[in-house]
Design a protein around this ligand. Structure first.
Ligand code: TPP
Length: 625
């Protein structure tokens, strides 16, 4: 066996550089690069290997490890999981900063390889700077915090362990059902230790992404359920997009006259004007999809986790005999809500099922077109909505109007829009009209504030020729936007639209909807008399903030100003921040949806007790599991 003497970190990089995937006959280089921030726990090990010019991996210097992780996730998500990045950090705080991003990747089933530096395996200089010592368990380090949010976790304590660690890491990263965050912790001494690695381990390796074929039994069971149903509907989840099953779903729906609602991850796989597209479904869904869901007697859940936002906390499907059929490569998801599990690839299953019930037609008739027309009229109304001015009389925009102007008139049809938290995803799921496939990029599994700007950079690295627009609330922007500086540094232009309503307003709305007084969510200064945050509204100039990072800063308070700013932003070569002042009262809600939250059953405030009683009444209508 031929070997080559390398440090563990050098071998790791050479391995990463040689991983390929094959999907439907196409071979793709899998790992594009490494995002990270160095510290003593990584700079002299993995950092030394990265600094050498003998590999084809690009290094991106993050500005916050969580941001770096989200950028890597945005890259993989926009690539429909066909190209990925690794993210590295030092030990201690740098590593722990990545844990949130690992959670985001795992919840969204997006492959990201996390490489936190770790304490010395030899333990001799312990405790080193940033080492979290556990008196009850010496093996416990900051890297163990990743266990809860990783689909695979490992620590390379001897250089020869790298081989099993990496093969397992890539087994999970490339598995359509199991993928998510993969964490391989790298003790700082072991990174630099030399070993004679077999050349075979370092040679080009192709991971074949196999499509799981549905069995005859599964198709028979699925078609029997379908034929017994009068009013079936489909939920189009992210799995449809990742499987590349958009055309097959279109055919399926057309053949049997079945409408579909979209989850956040599935939206945009099929365009908005498809005659079977009911738009978003669930808590932040459209009236069209939610009404149909209440009448449907079979819910064909394709590639969805059936999260509470999709099912309205299991309350949405109100037909007394409604059954769920779960088409999913992940058995965990296929079994949810007592579903008939069809554990197979979405594309192959939909293809087979389209042929399995010849002559079948749902009884929806023209109801599908009717709810679609009603919803179109409502979105048109929202797109032209005006907002009340601010208390000082200055104009404000309605949030849905901003989305409408961007979608309908101002942005090129193939602009990739990236968002993730606050009220924007809710409005987006309802009103955004996807006009080009795979341009709707929403992280709504973790709904992690701070994903937006970082992931926009990741999407831009994935598709440098596309316009990328991050839609972000003032709260999420303030929490984490500093990969904007990385975008400037890299010369990768992104347009950041900050929708500034001066506060954490979707949470304020939720609080108020449950009878609680406004408390702790609006951004107001402390009032001397009451001692509460009830003073003047906190004002921030986000355009100036963008300028300080080297971006172009623009402002808008009216539709005309928005149009001017977007035109300038599109003409700009460098990244842009558009500070858009919106009215907090204009976010959309309702549309026959419901959401279960833990309300206070006793309170000094009668409004709270009333809301809790209403909540309890609705709970009785929801499915129990
Ligand atoms: C990291 C993180 N912390 C807290 C939350 C809980 N949370 C969800 S939305 C939200 C407020 C978001 O405010 P902003 O970005 O201004 O959007 P708005 O609701 O005003 O549209 C908070 C605090 C979260 N989703 N993510």
């Amino acid at each position: 066996m031929k070997t080559v003497r390398l440090t563990m970190a050098q071998a790791l990089l050479r391995f990463l550089d040689n991983q390929y995937i094959e999907v439907d006959g196409e071979e793709i280089k899998y790992v594009h690069g490494v995002f990270g921030i160095f510290g003593h726990g990584v700079v002299v090990g993995l950092g030394e290997a990265l600094a050498a010019k003998d590999h084809g991996l690009r290094f991106y210097q993050g500005k916050n490890e969580q941001g770096a992780g989200h950028a890597a996730m945005g890259f993989a998500k926009q690539n429909n999981r066909r190209r990925i990045m690794a993210v590295c950090s030092s030990i201690g705080p740098g590593a722990l900063n990545m844990v949130t991003a690992a959670g985001t990747a795992t919840v969204n089933r997006i492959p990201v390889l996390f490489l936190p530096g770790d304490a010395f395996a030899c333990r001799q200089p312990d405790p080193v700077l940033q080492q979290v010592e556990s008196p009850y368990d010496y093996t416990n380090t900051a890297s163990d915090a990743f266990r809860a949010v990783s689909r695979y976790w490992d620590r390379v304590q001897r250089p020869e362990q790298l081989m099993t660690a990496m093969i397992n890491a890539f087994r999970v990263l490339t598995d359509p059902a199991d993928t998510g965050a993969v964490t391989v912790a790298l003790p700082q001494d072991v990174q630099g230790e030399a070993y004679d690695y077999p050349e075979e381990f370092l040679a080009k390796r192709v991971h074949h992404i196999e499509r799981r074929i549905p069995t005859k039994g599964q198709i028979d069971r699925a078609s029997a359920l379908l034929k017994a149903a009068k009013k079936p509907m489909v939920i189009c989840g992210g799995g449809v997009r990742f499987s590349g099953a958009g055309k097959e779903l279109e055919n399926f729906c057309k053949t049997y006259h079945i409408p579909f609602g979209e989850t956040q991850a599935g939206k945009g796989t099929i365009l908005w004007d498809n005659p079977y597209n009911l738009s978003g479904i669930g808590n932040t869904g459209a009236l069209s999809a939610n009404r149909i869901a209440k009448e449907a007697d079979l819910i064909i859940a394709v590639g969805t986790r059936l999260g509470d936002f999709t099912t309205c906390s299991k309350w949405l499907f109100q037909h007394p005999d409604a059954r769920i059929m779960g088409i999913n490569v992940a058995s965990f998801d296929a079994y949810k809500m007592n579903g008939e599990p069809i554990i197979a690839d979405a594309k192959l299953t939909l293809e087979a099922l389209t042929k399995a019930a010849p002559g079948y037609k749902s009884t929806w008739g023209d109801r599908i077109q009717q709810v679609r027309d009603e919803w179109k009229a409502e979105v048109d109304r929202l797109y032209s909505e005006d907002a009340e001015p601010a208390p000082d009389g200055s104009p404000l925009l309605s949030q849905a109007r901003v989305l409408g102007e961007l979608n309908d008139r101002l942005l090129p049809k193939d602009t990739i829009v990236v968002s993730g938290s606050g009220s924007i995803p809710s409005d987006m799921q309802r009103v955004w009209r996807a006009r080009t496939e795979d341009t709707y990029h929403m992280e709504y599994g973790f709904s992690c504030m701070g994903y937006e700007v970082a992931a926009a950079l990741g999407a831009k690295i994935a598709f440098p020729d596309k316009e990328i627009v991050a839609l972000v609330g003032d709260g999420a922007y303030t929490m984490l936007h500093t990969e904007l500086l990385t975008a400037v540094q890299e010369g990768r232009k992104i347009i950041v639209v900050v929708l500034d309503n001066a506060g954490f307003h979707c949470i304020d709305n939720l609080q108020h909807s449950q009878g609680i007084v406004h408390f702790g969510n609006e951004w107001k200064t402390r009032d001397d008399k009451s001692g509460r945050l009830e003073g003047a509204s906190v004002q921030v100039d986000y355009a100036k903030n963008g300028e300080s990072w080297g971006a172009l800063g623009l402002r808008a308070r009216t539709p005309a100003e928005l149009e001017k700013a977007v035109k300038e932003a599109l003409a700009s070569k460098k990244s842009v921040v558009i500070d858009v002042k919106t009215s907090a009262k204009t976010m959309t809600h309702g549309y026959e949806s419901w959401w279960r939250v833990g309300t206070a059953q006793v309170s000094t405030n009668p409004e709270v007790e009333k809301a809790a009683k209403e909540m309890a009444a609705e709970v009785t209508k929801a499915r129990k599991y």
